[in-house]
Design a protein around this ligand. Sequence first.
Ligand code: NAD
Length: 364
Amino acid sequence: MKMNIATIPGDGIGPDIVREGCKVLKTIGKKFGHEFVFTETLAGGAAYDLYGEPLPAKTLEACCKSDAVLLGAVGGPKWDSLPGKMRPEQALLGLRSGMKVYANIRPALMFKQLSDACPLKKEVVGEGLDILIVRELTGGIYFGDRGRTEDGNEAWDTERYSKTEIERILKIGFESAQKRQKKLCVVDKANILESSRLWREVAEGMKARYSDVELSYMYVDNAAMQLVRNPGQFDVIATSNMFGDILSDEASQITGSIGMLASASIGDSGPGLYEPIHGSAPDIAGKDLANPLATILSCAMMLRFSFKLEKEARAIESAIEAVLDEGWRTGDIAGNSSQREALGNKLVGTKKMGDLVSQKISSM
Ligand code: NAD
């Protein structure tokens, strides 16, 4: 099978981690007999420096023509004073809408080997944490009508959803739940918001088609509380753009390791967009200090969602588990020197971590 992957290294640590993602994909290709062809494109600050805009048309075109896109991260202090539309982060919005990827899928997964990094008490987290958040990405209040009165003293933003927009997110939510613990929680504010009541109406209309999935609803304020009180109760959460934005950051933080969390943004057809959830970490860029595992896990999501290569995706995840089991850690997940010593952890850089995962895959 031949697959064309557009890569956007971007800024900061982006090039460091995308290089390791590609390395692991090449190893998968070799082991399982697939051909991954990589086309590197520019977006973010790197594109602004060369072309004067954060998302050149030819980048978007290359991404839309590909089978999947792997993105590192964009942004950094160098571009912070640019006007809004020229900022590197604009490239993200342009990519999402240009590629029509309307659903963001973020696993908040705590690796048992890293449970010490979780900020919650052990008795709260229990055996671990494995939540999948499906967030609507191209609608709702972030895209609705907004404005200011002429005197500038009042402003408004509008939460607006169509049944179609809701249904396609819930479909992903139900189908994901079917492959996991079979529980879907729709998070909303249906006691106040009419748009939330529409989410519930659509979910009620769909639930008979997914009778093996236990459907529940939760108000977003309660969900924010329950995520730190009893996170183990959640399997799949489906929610709107703004609620998902906030809750997915909260959920990722309770896993304790920003360098480990992957994400996928997908639409109906066309390529998906795969990226780690963290930013460009300018403080450690180019120093071989970044943890590449979030990016490598994003590659596993790419194999699973875009290419339906489940066995290959699992191979990456198992290799990462094995490397962690052996005590290999990048700085962000290694703990301080006395913790490292106590746990027998071995500190490695970005490149070595990518090598270790690749070697594990090859030797499986
Ligand atoms: P950040 O995620 O880049 O960094 C936060 C902290 O986490 C830093 O201390 C950083 O060193 C550390 N960190 C992040 N990823 C790491 C990794 N893989 N390994 C080890 N440590 C890691 O967030 P920030 O500092 O708020 O933002 C920096 C820049 O990134 C800003 O310009 C911001 O706009 C941009 N940003 C981009 C994206 C994206 O491209 N999707 C997302 C968030 C932020």
